[in-house]
Ligand binder design. Structure first.
Ligand code: MSP
Length: 494
C-alpha cells in the first residue's frame, strides 16, 4: 500500500498581509501532515503564494512599489506566518519561480498539441476581483456571488480551454468517487451545479501587462492566473517527487474556490493525461465574533500575528482546530480562546501531567517505571482508532475530542486510584504510575499533530524510552520522569 501522503493548502494572494483565514487553513493542513507523519507515512506538505494575478500590478502601484518588489515584501510576511504558527511545510512555492513557469508552459503546450486550446473571442459577465467570468445561472442578479458587486460586461479575445468537452466525464468521475469532495454537502452542491448548468469553455489567457506567465509563442498574452495557479500543486514537485507523491492525497481549500479545484483542475489534469488528486477537502470560513465576514470596513478583523504574539502558538492552534467545526463556518472569539486555554489545556491536560509527574518524582526519585508485573488499567488503543477514523473523514475537531476523552478518563483514573495515598508504598504506587505515564504518553503522542510545541516538552517530562506509535501499546516503553515546569501558565484576556 502507498505509504506517502501529499497535502496542499491553497496558495495565497500576497496583495496584503495574511489574515486569520490563511492561518486557519495552514494550521488545519499542518495537523493532517503531522498526523500522517505520526502514522509513519512519508509526507509532503506544500503551501505557497499565488503571485501572477493582474490585481497585484494595481496593488503594487497603490503602494508605490514595483510589482516584484511589492510581492517579495508581502511573501516574506506569509512565510513568517508559517514560522509563527509552527507550520511544518516541506515546501513553499511561489508562482513567479522558474520551476512553476516551466511546468505551466509544458502543460499549455501539451494541451495545445492535443487541440484542447484554441484562439477565440468571448463576451460575458466578469468580476475583476475574482478575475473570472460568471454565467447567468451562477450570477442571476448580475452581481458577483463572491464579492456581491455588479459584474461588468467584458469582451475578450484570447485563448480558450475546451472545458465543455469534459462535462459528462467530470460528472461520472464525481459519481464514481463520492469522497472526491469532502464534506458531503459541498460534493452535492458541485454535482448539482454540474447537472444543471452547461460547462463553457474557459478563457485561459489575459492581455499581457508585463506580469504573469507568458503564453508560449504569443507575448501579447499571459496565462489566466487561475490556470497557472492550480498547476502549482504539480509544478512544485521535481520528477522524482512526482513519481513518489503525485497524485496529491488532499487539497485543502475554502469553499469560495471549490469550483476551480473540483471541476476546472481535474479537467485540466484529465486533458493532460495526468492522474487526479484523491480529494478536495473544504474547510469552513473563520468569521468574526458577530458572525459576519471579517472586513476592514466593519472593523472586526482579527490579526493572526497579534493572537500569536499574545498567546502561546499551541493555544491559538488548539482553539482554531477545536472550536471551528471541520465542516462548517465558525466564529472567532478571543474570550473563548482564553477560556479553552485555561480549562482544557491548562486544567485537563497540563495539570494532570504535572500532578502525575511531580507525584512520581517526589515519591520515587530517579525511578524508572517499567511494565513488569503491572496490570493494564488504561487502554489508549480505542481512542487512537477513533481519532484515526475521524482524521480519515477530515473531522479533526472530533479527532481531538476522541483524544480528550482519553485525558478525561485518565483524570478520572487518578482521582479514583488516589496515588498520593500510596506515596511510600512502591508496590501499590508503581503500577498506578505506570498506567498514568502510559496514558499520558499515548495522549501526548497523538496530540503532537495539533499541539507540536507543548507535547514535545510533555514527552520529555514523561521520559519515555520509545517515541513512535508503539507508545499506543501498553507495556512498550519504560518511563523516567524529568522535573517539569508548568506547560500552560494561565492566560487572561488582554
Ligand atoms: N490564490 C487563490 C487560491 C489559488 S489555489 C490554486 C486564493 N487566495 S486567497 O488568498 O484569497 O485565499 C487563500 C485560501 O484562504 C483559500 O482557500 C480561501 O478559501 C481561504 N480563506 C480566505 N478567507 C478565509 C476565512 N475567512 N476563513 C477560512 N479560510 C479563508 O483564493
Amino acid at each position: 500500500m502507498k505509504n506517502t501522503f501529499y497535502a496542499t493548502t491553497a496558495i495565497d494572494y500576497p496583495n496584503g498581509r495574511p489574515h486569520i483565514g490563511h492561518a486557519y487553513e495552514k494550521i488545519v493542513t499542518d495537523s493532517y501532515a503531522r498526523w500522517n507523519r505520526l502514522l509513519g507515512k512519508d509526507v509532503y506538505f506544500l503551501t505557497g503564494t499565488d503571485e501572477n494575478g493582474q490585481k497585484l500590478i494595481e496593488s503594487a502601484k497603490d503602494a508605490g512599489l514595483d510589482t516584484l518588489e511589492f510581492v517579495n515584501k508581502n511573501v516574506e510576511v506569509f512565510k513568517n506566518l508559517c514560522t509563527r504558527a509552527n507550520i511544518s511545510h516541506d515546501d513553499f512555492i511561489r508562482t513567479t519561480e522558474k520551476r512553476h513557469e516551466d511546468s505551466c508552459v509544458e502543460l499549455w503546450k501539451k494541451l495545445e498539441e492535443k487541440g484542447l486550446i484554441y484562439h477565440g473571442h468571448y463576451s460575458g459577465n466578469y468580476c475583476l476581483s475574482c478575475e473570472s467570468f460568471y454565467t447567468e445561472a451562477q450570477a442571476p442578479d448580475g452581481n458577483c456571488p463572491e464579492h456581491h458587486k455588479p459584474l461588468e460586461l467584458k469582451e475578450e479575445e484570447g485563448f480558450f480551454f475546451k472545458l465543455s468537452e469534459y462535462q459528462k466525464w467530470i460528472i461520472d468521475h464525481l459519481k464514481a468517487n463520492p469522497d472526491f469532495i469532502v464534506p458531503g454537502a459541498r460534493y452535492k452542491e458541485i454535482l448539482s451545479r454540474l447537472e444543471n448548468d452547461d460547462l463553457r469553455d474557459l478563457a485561459i489567457s489575459r492581455p499581457s501587462q508585463g506580469w504573469g506567465v507568458k503564453v508560449p509563442g504569443n507575448d501579447n498574452f499571459v496565462m489566466y492566473t487561475w490556470f497557472d495557479a492550480l498547476i502549482n500543486y504539480y509544478s512544485a514537485l521535481d520528477s522524482d517527487q512526482k513519481e513518489k507523491f503525485w497524485p496529491a492525497d488532499m487539497h485543502v481549500i475554502g469553499k469560495d474556490i471549490l469550483w476551480f479545484h473540483s471541476v476546472i483542475w481535474p479537467c485540466m489534469l484529465k486533458a493532460a493525461d495526468l492522474p487526479l488528486p484523491k480529494q478536495v477537502y473544504v474547510h469552513g470560513m473563520v468569521l468574526a465574533e458577530d458572525g459576519k465576514k471579517m472586513s476592514k470596513s466593519l472593523g472586526n478583523v482579527v490579526d493572526p500575528f497579534e493572537m500569536l504574539e499574545k498567546y502561546p502558538t499551541d493555544t491559538f492552534r488548539y482553539y482554531m482546530l477545536k472550536n471551528i467545526s471541520s465542516s462548517g463556518d465558525g466564529k472567532f472569539s478571543e474570550q473563548e480562546l482564553v477560556d479553552k486555554h485555561n480549562t482544557e489545556l491548562a486544567n485537563d491536560y497540563g495539570n494532570l501531567l504535572m500532578r502525575v509527574i511531580k507525584l512520581g518524582l517526589k515519591s520515587f526519585p530517579d525511578k524508572v517505571y517499567t511494565p513488569e508485573g503491572v496490570a493494564q488499567e488504561i487502554d489508549a488503543l480505542p481512542y487512537f482508532e477513533r481519532a484515526k477514523e475521524f482524521m480519515d473523514k477530515r473531522e479533526h475537531n472530533k479527532a481531538i475530542d476522541a483524544i480528550w476523552d482519553l485525558i478525561v478518563s485518565l483524570n478520572q483514573y487518578v482521582n479514583d486510584k488516589e496515588p498520593w495515598k500510596h506515596k511510600k508504598d512502591e508496590a501499590a504506587f508503581a503500577p498506578i504510575a505506570y498506567n498514568c505515564f502510559y496514558g499520558m504518553a499515548a495522549a501526548s503522542y497523538m496530540l503532537q499533530a495539533f499541539l507540536p510545541e507543548c507535547t514535545k516538552t510533555a514527552l520529555e517530562y514523561i521520559g519515555s524510552s520509545a517515541l513512535g506509535t508503539e507508545l499506543m501499546e501498553f507495556g512498550a516503553a519504560t518511563y523516567t520522569p524529568q522535573p517539569p515546569e508548568a506547560l500552560f501558565p494561565k492566560v487572561e484576556l488582554r
